[in-house]
Design a binder for this molecule. Structure first.
Ligand code: SF4
Length: 495
């Protein structure tokens, strides 16, 4: 019997609204987890956080065309939402989830947004008492841009690099380490936490251990290696994932690369079928599991609550915060000392060889759902929201009906109580609410599955003129490249 949501249920499930229920954001999260029977001892939501993170998509445009892109096929045809609407969404996120919420400033690629606006958005998130992270493919994230972002309050940068992006000249993940290394060097020395995102599909599953090995060797800079499992959603041309790709097999591949056992089951972040998280310490390039003792980890989590907010930009402060917390919680002192003894014994030689240098490296596995295989209990307990004009909504649910939000005109209050409507296709304000918008694709706006279909139609049409398939494809590549380069060049001039 299928437990997937029907098309009707997906259409009816709307974004969350700010409730006047007298509860704090964390209490509301707790209520949500309890309703799903997920308020376990190891549950983060409701204990430490009100939400995992919220994605703030500040543009839908991208300078790549990933084979597993989650964006809508209409994405390139819509304009960047007005900055006032971005600011309104930031205020709404703050009101719904409280301070210290992690905001993923993403897109499309957020670096394609007009530069002064990107800076203003980062500043606004930080000034609102939340933590801005930049989620980018890194192509336009120059050193100069990263420095300016830091000045405006950026906390983390997450670089997405993998084979699904089809970067020219790279055929393996190991070769792509050259790109990852370049990004690391761009960010080196800046007070930023560096993350790397990898989409896992059958073309790179076997290389996960080598990706992990790279992260370990760069753990002086890299704080988090996140692996997203292939999902059949969005405009990407690849569809269902191979049966060999699961949370379990990816966790095994990570352990293989790390060369040690790593416990991914000590804590829950929302639904266990969605998220797996583990933390390790690295000394002399040797990896050591932090969460090996599930009982202790859960005791710490239950006692710590959200009292401590770690400053990810300041390693020394995190160690001091933890040490102070241990001292202030004498009930857990015997277990804390036991953990310290185990780790010291385990790591002594590596710490000695590393001259006392120990780095923290975390691993995350995110198991997105296919658009037509949404499980309601997971949507109900989702920890990863995306901000829409109507409120935050689960990322998986949003991915299943992106155009419902993208192509809807946005009401923009003007002076003296007047409301105008921003049209996402023209990017202009108009007096009356336009009807539901429809995108007419050109070669410039077509990406992913639409582009593939257009290519196939073009090939079929041209086949009658006696040209070879490679002649026709060559034309297509040139046209696409010109269109992409024009878009990037235009944006560079604008910013
Ligand atoms: S976005 Fe999807 S996979 Fe991620 S937590 Fe939400 S429901 Fe689960």
């Amino acid at each position: 019997m299928s437990c997937y949501m029907s098309t009707k249920e997906i259409a009816a499930y709307g974004p969350y609204k700010l409730e006047n229920d007298g509860l704090t954001p964390k209490q509301r999260a707790r209520k949500r987890m309890e309703a799903q029977g997920l308020m376990t001892k190891g549950q983060h939501l409701g204990h430490r956080w009100a939400i995992g993170c919220v994605s703030l998509e500040i543009t839908q445009r991208c300078n790549l065309d990933c084979t597993l892109c989650y964006l809508s096929e209409s994405a390139e045809a819509v304009k960047d939402i007005p900055i006032d609407e971005v600011f309104r969404r930031i205020d709404e996120i703050r009101a719904m989830y409280g301070p210290n919420t992690d905001i993923q400033i993403s897109g499309g690629d957020p670096t394609l947004r007009q530069r002064d606006e990107l800076m203003a958005i980062v500043r606004k998130v930080r000034d609102s008492g939340m933590r801005p992270s930049l989620f980018t493919n890194g192509i336009k994230a120059s050193r100069d841009m990263l420095e300016e972002l830091v000045e405006n309050g950026l906390v983390d940068v997450a670089f997405h690099v993998d084979l699904t992006q089809e970067r020219k000249g790279y055929t393996t993940e190991v070769e792509l380490n050259e790109v990852r290394q370049e990004y690391i060097e761009r960010a080196r020395g800046l007070p930023l936490s560096i993350f790397f995102n990898t989409t896992v599909y059958d073309g790179n599953f076997h290389e996960i251990p080598k990706i992990v090995d790279f992260m370990v060797k760069n753990s002086d800079i890299v704080r988090l290696a996140s692996f997203q499992l292939q999902a059949d959603t969005g405009r990407g041309v690849l569809t269902e994932r191979d049966f060999m790709i699961s949370q379990t097999t990816v966790a095994d591949q990570i352990r293989k690369g790390a060369g040690c056992n790593i416990n991914f089951d000590s804590m829950d972040i929302g639904h266990s079928k969605c998220n797996k998280y583990a933390m390790t310490l690295v000394a002399d390039n040797k990896v050591h599991d932090v969460f090996y003792n599930t009982e202790y980890v859960q005791d710490v989590l239950a006692t710590m609550g959200s009292d401590i907010v770690f400053d990810r930009q300041n390693k020394r402060q995190v160690v001091e915060q933890m040490a102070n917390w241990v001292i202030k919680n004498p009930k857990l002192l015997p277990k804390s000392l036991g953990w310290l003894k185990d780790k010291t014994k385990d790591m002594a030689m590596d710490i000695f060889r590393a001259k006392g240098k120990v780095n923290k490296l975390s691993f995350f596995i995110h198991n997105f759902m296919d658009a037509c295989h949404l499980e309601k209990d997971r949507i109900d307990s989702c920890v990863f929201m995306v901000a829409t004009a109507e409120g935050p909504i689960s990322m998986c649910l949003n991915n299943a009906k992106r155009d419902d939000f993208l192509l809807k005109p946005i009401a923009m209050p003007q002076a003296e109580g007047v409301i105008k409507f921003w049209n996402p296709i023209t990017g202009k304000l108009q007096d009356n609410k336009p009807e539901r918008l429809v995108v007419e694709h050109t070669r410039k706006t077509a990406r992913g599955r639409t582009k593939e279909k257009m290519d196939a139609e073009r090939l079929a049409a041209k086949a009658n003129f006696g040209r070879t398939e490679s002649d026709v494809l060559q034309d297509d590549v040139s046209v696409n490249e010109i269109a992409m380069n024009e878009a990037v060049a235009k944006q560079t001039v604008e910013s």
